[in-house]
Design a protein around this ligand. Structure first.
Ligand SMILES: C[S@@+](CC[C@H](N)C(=O)[O-])C[C@H]1O[C@@H](n2cnc3c(N)ncnc32)[C@H](O)[C@@H]1O
Length: 271
């Protein structure tokens, strides 16, 4: 198929998703959507978008599978451990100087990121964990249920035990059943409150000392990045910290609002 035909085919699939499925493709960049759609096409032996569109419109299971593939909720405990070493310093500094430290894990997926903050705070004697309050939000109501349940399984490709290896005593923070199932302990869960929130169109939030918004911006269409950064920037107190993902960048128009705390770890401080 020539390039124009391919583009038209992809546009037709995206239009179908927009009209008929519980997902808004307009916020995501096209190459991301194409990668996810193409992966499903390979799984269903479709070599052309038009053929895949036929499958989609007749097969409810495939619509479900595509929805799963589009919901980008890959995450882990202490994702990018070197970043967490710097966040350890940030939490030490904040809790040494403030009575209450408000943290926001924005786009928290299944909760492993906010639970990482809570476990780190409990694990490190130089972080005053009693002062830490964590809000964790995501657009996806279903994944927030998983987050609230706080039970995670090791699989062939996910080794939870190694994700928790930076903690001095993981067993104080999670109950380990066999060597596969890990349940977050109530003492850790108590530190985190989960709520559904859309970073593009949801209400503004305020009063945070540390905001983590990692690994969402890479998927988002450029035109939605500014509203998200406005949301994150207005949520931060003066001298508050913002952490974005390792392959994400601050848009130019926001650079004047921040100084780099650790450029390599993508941690910035509100000016
Ligand atoms: C790849 S996960 C990132 C998880 C975690 N922050 C990390 O870095 O491991 C991206 C999450 O963004 C959520 N998301 C997508 N669009 C969103 C939006 N407009 N507002 C809030 N969350 C969104 C998805 O539901 C998904 O759980």
């Amino acid at each position: 198929m020539n390039r124009t035909g391919t583009d038209r085919g992809l546009s037709a699939v995206i239009e179908y998703i927009d009209d008929s499925m519980a997902f808004e493709p307009s916020s995501y960049n096209e190459s991301y959507l194409d990668r996810r759609i193409s992966a499903r096409m390979r799984r269903t032996d479709c070599s052309a978008y038009t053929g895949y569109l036929d499958v989609l419109s007749t097969d409810g299971d495939e619509r479900e599978a595509l929805l799963d593939a589009l919901s980008i909720n890959v995450t882990s405990f202490f994702r990018n451990p070197e970043v967490w070493e710097r966040l350890r310093d940030v939490l030490r500094e904040l809790t040494a100087s403030k009575r209450t430290v408000q943290c926001w894990s924005a786009a928290c997926a299944d909760g492993r990121e906010p639970y990482s903050i809570a476990m780190l705070a409990r694990d490190d004697p130089e972080i005053r964990e009693q002062s830490i309050e964590i809000t964790a939000t995501d657009i996806d109501a279903e994944i927030l249920e998983t987050a609230r349940a706080g039970v995670y399984e090791s699989t062939r490709t996910t080794d939870i035990e190694s994700q928790l290896a930076s903690l001095s005593s993981p067993a104080e923070h999670v109950d380990i059943d066999g060597d596969r199932s890990f349940s977050i302990r109530p003492s850790v869960k108590r530190m985190v409150s989960f709520e559904q929130h859309d970073l593009i169109s949801g209400p503004r939030k305020r009063g945070y000392d540390l905001v983590l918004c990692r690994n969402l911006l890479i998927y988002i269409d450029r035109s939605y990045k500014e509203p998200i950064f406005e949301m994150l920037t207005s949520a931060l107190n003066d001298r508050g910290f913002l952490t974005i993902g390792k392959s994400e960048t601050l848009p130019h128009s926001f650079r004047e609002h921040y100084e780099a705390y650790d450029r390599g770890a993508h941690i910035y401080r509100r000016d």
